[in-house]
Design a protein around this ligand. Structure first.
Ligand SMILES: NC(=O)c1ccc[n+]([C@@H]2O[C@H](COP(=O)([O-])OP(=O)(O)OC[C@H]3O[C@@H](n4cnc5c(N)ncnc54)[C@H](OP(=O)(O)O)[C@@H]3O)[C@@H](O)[C@H]2O)c1
Length: 253
């Protein structure tokens, strides 16, 4: 079956990608650790939209998880037409205070698994017509972020990597886009210990708005949903790095 793979589809932005892509008639492969949540979402989408949805339990913090996910997809005869590398998490705190393993897991999920999955699945995307790849980065990608240094660095990698791939894969007919949301209402802030930060108190976008911008803009190299986020990024570009990194630090102190 032709289908789109969404990692981190059990909550937040990934779950909303599943809902909007189902509305557009795409079959789906949903991956995350919480299989029960994926199954509940899948049965709702199958009923509502009469399409095929495969759920795969996958912990992308584990080495080799991407290979296992690709192998599991093959047993379902999936022909990929789209890939959404969305799974990711952050954590707030000084680099030297946060547990090392948690930060290495963050690099594994946000960066290494994303690269691994992309490399393994790009051949399928090249073979499909009108294929797309959306990597979920963040507005955090545009500057350093004291108090969340690894998270910001991981998203800077995702942005730069995606821009490179955008140019490389254009000629192969694969649209590659880096989605760069700002604060968005999901489980992310709770997981990252950020609910009381200025960044989240200043207001969040809904996952619905973020994902509809992402899908509408999937042929663009970079999608920054929301006027406030766009202005922040552009103002950041006009400011010295010393200012933007300090401001980022203040917003999540
Ligand atoms: N919300 C924001 O403010 C915001 C802003 C900018 C960028 N982002 C990015 O958007 C993406 C989605 O975040 P969200 O806001 O939707 O957060 P969320 O509601 O916490 O969802 C995160 C998703 O990632 C999955 N995930 C986390 N660790 C995983 C692991 N080890 N293996 C497999 N899946 C894992 C979770 O599934 P399980 O727990 O079931 O595994 C969940 O489905 C992330 O890349 C995040 O960095 C979020």
């Amino acid at each position: 079956m032709k289908a789109v793979l969404i990692t981190g589809a059990s909550a937040g932005i990934g779950e909303e990608f599943a809902r909007q892509l189902a509305t557009q008639g795409h079959n789906l492969v949903l991956a995350a650790r919480r299989l029960d949540r994926l199954e509940t979402l899948a049965s709702e989408l199958r009923q509502r939209h009469n399409l095929e949805v495969v759920c795969i339990a996958s912990d992308l913090a584990l080495a080799g998880a991407s290979g296992k996910l690709v192998a599991d997809m093959a047993t379902h005869n999936v022909e990929l037409t789209g890939l959404i590398n969305n799974a990711g998490f952050g954590d707030r705190g000084d680099f030297s205070d946060l547990p090392l393993q948690r930060q290495l897991d963050m690099i594994q999920v946000n960066v290494t698994a994303l690269v691994d999955l992309t490399w393994q699945l790009v051949p399928q995307l090249k073979a499909a017509s009108d294929a797309f790849l959306i990597n979920v980065a963040s507005t955090a990608a545009f500057q350093a972020g004291p108090n969340m240094s690894i998270y910001y660095a991981s998203k800077a990698f995702v942005l730069s990597f995606s821009e490179g791939l955008h140019e490389e894969l254009k000629k192969e007919g694969v649209a590659v886009s880096a989605l760069c949301p700002g604060a968005t209402a999901s489980e992310f802030a709770q997981e990252a210990n950020m609910t009381n930060t200025l960044l989240f108190k200043a207001g969040t976008m809904t996952t619905e708005a973020v994902v509809s911008k992402a899908l509408a803009g999937r042929h663009r190299a970079i999608v920054i949903p929301g006027l406030k986020n766009l202005l922040m990024v552009w103002l950041g570009k006009l400011s010295p790095r010393m200012i933007t990194r300090r401001l980022a630090g203040l917003l999540q102190a």
